[in-house]
Design a protein. Structure first.
Length: 163
């Protein structure tokens, strides 16, 4: 594959939340885990489901459905935790995010991605990098570094003592 073709194509991990398909760039993803028990941390934000032990490290687990106002993620056989690196104030922090199911890694050309729609002021589209089109399906591409404010993620990290 030529450098020019490579630069115009990106890989994304696709997953579902409330029957809608979302994606994040593969380079943000460290690994995908089966849903395991999450230890609740008292007095944390609603979207903060708790923490998991990932090879000796404490990793906060965030419920994206709650963050997006969709209702809590229910545990099913397909529920997964996507472990990602998120940037907070120039520093990388590991967090887990719940997904109803993880689908696949896909390639999207820049021509297949449209900018996030501007739908008035009621919906915050700042964390949407774009809308991908694959076959007849739309995929909401998230900018994982913009989903949470720096204050929210700093608070989560401080609450659980994760680094």
């Amino acid at each position: 594959m030529s450098d020019e073709v490579r630069a115009s194509t990106s890989q994304y991990l696709t997953f579902t939340l409330a029957e809608e398909q979302y994606a994040v760039e593969v380079y943000d993803v460290k690994e995908v885990l089966e849903y395991t028990s999450v230890t609740r941390v008292p007095r944390t934000q609603d979207f903060m489901r708790g923490v998991i032990n990932l090879r000796g490290s404490v990793v906060p687990v965030i419920d994206l459905r709650l963050k997006f106002g969709m209702g809590e993620t229910e545990k099913t056989i397909d529920t997964s935790i996507i472990v990602m690196e998120v940037e907070i104030g120039g520093e990388k922090v590991t967090v887990g995010t719940l997904a109803d199911s993880v689908q696949e890694v896909i390639n999207l050309d820049n021509e297949q991605i449209e900018p996030a729609p501007q739908i008035g002021t009621r919906i915050n589209t700042e964390f949407i990098r774009g809308i991908g089109k694959q076959d007849e399906h739309f995929i909401i591409i998230l900018d994982i570094d913009r989903i949470f404010s720096e204050e929210e993620l700093t608070a989560v990290v401080e609450e659980v003592g994760a680094k």
